[in-house]
Design a protein around this ligand. Structure first.
Ligand code: KG4
Ligand code: ZN
Length: 331
């Protein structure tokens, strides 16, 4: 079964074809970073217009890369939410139209399910069950995963997501857009231990997170009269260390509480090198193992949507409902 995946939830247009027998046949991503950089953040209207412009070309490019004809597609999967309403509607309309034209089933996929299952696309995938740490720009969640579609929320951020905290802190440190990767790169050049930043909810006893206070603590440091701009890399390193320490501690607690030994990390912040090092080191000591998506599949892409669609289709969850453009921006 060949499934076309379409991702347009935010500022990346992603298209991929996953074959249940042969694996990932092709995947293409167009990022809108340059388009939004001048505004310091994603401008929803510009994002939608760019998805409209790029999507048909990317679909053609992906079909060519996969050596596949449109008529060979067995199903179309698209990100139905959460995300920007206008951006989601572009992918949804395209997918539903294509499904109607081809007489192929269309599967609306939850963006986070795509992220969560993406480590299963790697060469050495984890078996079920596992704990998933989802760390993206919009979500920070710990989930107990027993199978496709079997997800139990164990804990989540009560305010900002980890990626959001990276992005907002980068902005207040005067770094460019997108802030998260730039802040992480700056932190690599800094020394930790100079700034005492909080570890929010570290000892809350549950599996929830809070990151908005950390951003405020950084704001307090840079607003103080003693602040020196040349210390920015050290502050970035201390900020990153604080986020990573809390993410690590809670992920380990989730493994302890569930009795599971496999941890899957997904979402953009999962690309963070320091987070990976800390998680690998602290789980190795306990004989546990951490699984990550391929680096290029950490951030938004169509492959994870095609894959989630293929797994759902294989499980007979093709819907079969009347064609309708369904999006759920706050799903
Ligand atoms: O999963 P993703 O591409 O999009 C969402 O679904 O949100 O995640 C994007 C988030 C952004 O907040 C970005 O700043 C963050 O992931 N991010 C990072 C790194 N790379 C991306 N945060 C910390 N370190 C990184 N290396
Ligand atoms: Zn995402």
């Amino acid at each position: 079964m060949k499934v076309l995946g379409i991702e347009t939830s935010c500022d990346e247009t992603g298209v991929a074809i996953f074959d249940t027998a042969a694996g990932l046949l092709g995947h293409c991503v167009h990022t809108q970073i340059a388009l939004h950089a001048a505004y310091g953040g994603v401008v929803p209207e510009l994002a939608s217009r760019d998805h409209i412009r790029r999507l048909p070309l990317l679909v053609r490019q992906t079909l060519d890369a996969a050596g596949c004809e449109l008529s060979q597609l067995d199903a179309i999967a698209y990100t139905a939410g959460p995300g920007l309403a206008g951006a989601l509607l572009v992918g949804a309309s395209f997918a539903e139209s294509l499904g109607l034209a081809l007489g192929a089933p269309v599967l609306p996929i939850h963006h986070l399910e795509g992220h969560l299952l993406s480590p299963l696309l790697a060469a050495d995938p984890p078996a079920f069950p596992f704990v998933a740490l989802l760390v993206s720009g919009g979500h920070t969640q710990l989930m107990g995963v027993t199978g496709v579609g079997e997800y139990a929320l164990l804990g989540e951020s009560v305010d900002d997501a980890a990626g959001e905290a990276f992005d907002k802190t980068a902005k207040l440190l005067g770094l460019g857009y997108p802030g998260g990767p730039q802040l992480a790169a700056l932190a690599e050049c800094g020394q930790t231990g100079r700034f005492r930043l909080p570890r929010p909810m570290l000892r809350s006893g549950d599996l929830d997170f809070s990151f908005s206070g950390l951003k405020t603590a950084v704001l307090n440091v840079v607003s103080a009269p003693t602040w020196r701009a040349e210390d920015v890399a050290d502050l970035a390193a201390d900020f990153q260390a604080a986020v990573v320490e809390v993410l690590c501690a809670k992920a380990l607690r989730a493994l302890e509480q569930t009795g599971l030994s496999r941890l899957v990390v997904a979402g953009g912040v999962g690309a963070n090198r320091h987070l990976r090092e800390r998680l690998d080191a602290s789980t190795r000591r306990k004989g546990w193992r951490v699984y990550y998506p391929e680096p290029e599949l950490c951030t938004d892409n169509g492959a994870m949507i095609a894959f989630a669609g293929a797994l759902r289709a294989a499980a007979g969850q093709c819907g079969g409902e009347t064609p309708a453009v369904r999006v759920f921006p706050r799903w």
